[in-house]
Write a protein that binds this ligand. Structure first.
Ligand code: F0G
Length: 459
């Protein structure tokens, strides 16, 4: 029997969960148009839809919320968050935002013009959406190993440095108002980026005067992977590694709902004072005053504490151990998963598991629906529903490299027996996988269709 490091906490408050009957689950699926975003949380037993905003806050975070200062301007909560920001990230300026995509929206508003490009290893869907919404073109330049399930590359989130150089030459740095990198690479399996790669990316961007922004959602998990896997980093603390990472960049966006283990919040940080001024104007228009940015003072305190807890190495050992445990158990069953295990989530390669379903009929959607039907588990498609898009010039559909289903693990929320339950449900699905068929879309919005599209079975 394999295990992961025992949970480094005990449970003080519990939230009951309940598995509804299979007939009720079928009705819920029909009502939701076979889109798991349309399910009510009472209808879900194990909710692995996202690790975003779904973590359990600690006693210290709840305690900090009680001393939240709700002053409109200059609140003590903002000062406490500033201190944590300075310690970890070290950027000259930051504004809080209500979540990560708000930071992305403001960053795109103040930097991007129509027709310009923003390279990254891989953009997350909200980042892509925000870039496209301003007429920009997000470009993914991750290393090829990211898509090679046989490769055990320790940093599959790395940027392909040659692709990046070639891309900048081809497009011209004047058409690239900023360059990004996502740590860990959520859209590519929650895989980390090495410190060495971050240093090289920073150097390339800067040699072309392109400002370098980090999507920092899961920076602490990335820092711990660096500590575990990168030669020369084993004796550095995750805090030291994080400090080094951010010293390489000109700014960052972050959804604090991930590695700051809060239910809501984010930030946009920059060094450039002129850019910061534009950011403040945009923030005040859309989010709120610069010392609260659309959050309550108490939320800022929870983030300030959570940022440091997210870097705690006992917690990170358990956190990454839990994900690795789930990957190992599924591997034993022969279910194709992205390896090595990523940080926050386990990704099943549904295209491989269900080869009878073509990409245009969404194998990932088929598996996600079946996981709910079979066991009340909510996971999310990350394949052609989420990422296929028509080429802006030719109109031709681009399909993503892989048809994935993501099981994101909320932080400090589920135990090992919950993980074992998930493994059992997937074992039962695997036994009858040949009988599953695909889906077609009945209705979809123009951008980010996976949230609200409705489907029907093709069978
Ligand atoms: N960047 C990355 C890498 C993300 O994973 C997310 C959110 C965002 C930006 C946007 O942050 O949700 O606070 O606006 N990811 C969530 C997820 C939604 O489920 O992976 P947000």
């Amino acid at each position: 029997m394999s295990t992961h490091p025992a949970e480094p906490f005990r449970i003080k408050v519990v939230e009951p969960i309940h598995l509804i009957q299979e007939t009720e689950r079928e009705k819920a699926l029909q009502r939701a148009g076979y889109n798991i975003f349309g399910l009510k949380s009472d209808e879900v037993f194990i909710d692995l839809l996202t690790d975003s905003g779904t973590g359990a806050m600690s006693q210290d975070q709840w305690g900090a919320m009680m001393i939240g200062d709700e002053s409109y301007a200059g609140a003590r909560s903002h000062q406490r968050l500033s201190a944590a920001m300075e310690k970890i990230f070290g950027f000259r300026h930051f504004v809080p935002t209500h979540q990560g995509r708000a930071a992305e929206n403001i960053l795109c508003a103040v930097t991007l013009k129509e027709g310009q490009y923003v390279p990254s290893n891989m953009h997350f869907d909200t980042t892509e959406g925000n870039i496209r919404a301003r007429g920009g073109r997000p470009t993914n330049l991750v290393i090829n190993e990211a898509f090679d399930n046989k490769s055990d590359h320790p940093f599959k989130g790395n940027m392909d440095l040659k692709k990046l150089e070639d891309f900048i030459k081809q497009i011209g740095p004047e058409n690239i108002p900023l360059g990004m990198i996502t740590i860990t690479n959520n859209a590519g399996g929650g895989q980390p980026v090495s410190l060495e790669n971050l240093r090289a990316v920073s150097k390339i961007y800067h040699s072309h005067q392109i400002p370098f922004f980090i999507d920092a959602c899961r920076f602490a998990e990335n820092a711990y992977f660096i500590k575990l896997r990168e030669p020369g980093c084993e004796n550095k603390s995750t805090l030291e590694i994080a400090q080094e990472i951010f010293s390489l960049a000109d700014g960052a966006t972050m959804s604090a709902k991930k590695d700051a283990i809060v239910n809501i919040g984010g930030f946009l940080a920059v060094n450039d004072s002129a850019l910061f001024e534009k950011i403040c104007n945009e923030l005040i228009l859309r989010e709120g005053f610069i010392t609260y940015g659309g959050l309550a003072g108490r939320d800022l305190d929870a983030i300030a504490v959570g940022l440091m807890e997210g870097l705690n190495e006992d917690y990170l050992a358990y956190r990454l151990g839990q994900t690795a445990y789930l990957v190992n158990e599924l591997k034993k069953l022969g279910i194709p998963v992205i390896e090595p295990a990523g940080g926050h989530a386990v990704y099943i390669n549904a295209g491989k598991m269900l080869p009878q379903i073509p990409q245009a009929e969404f194998p990932g959607q088929a598996l996600a629906v079946e996981m709910y039907r079979a066991g009340g588990i909510r996971a999310v498609e990350m394949g052609s529903v989420a990422f296929a898009y028509p080429d802006p010039d030719s109109g031709e559909m681009h399909f993503p490299e892989m048809e994935l289903v993501r099981m994101a693990i909320p932080r400090r929320t589920y135990t090992q027996s919950h993980m074992d339950y998930v493994v059992n449900v997937l074992k039962n699905i695997d036994a009858k996988k040949e009988s599953l068929s695909g889906y077609r879309i009945i209705k979809e919005p123009k951008l980010m269709r996976h949230f609200t599209a409705t489907f029907e079975s093709v069978s």
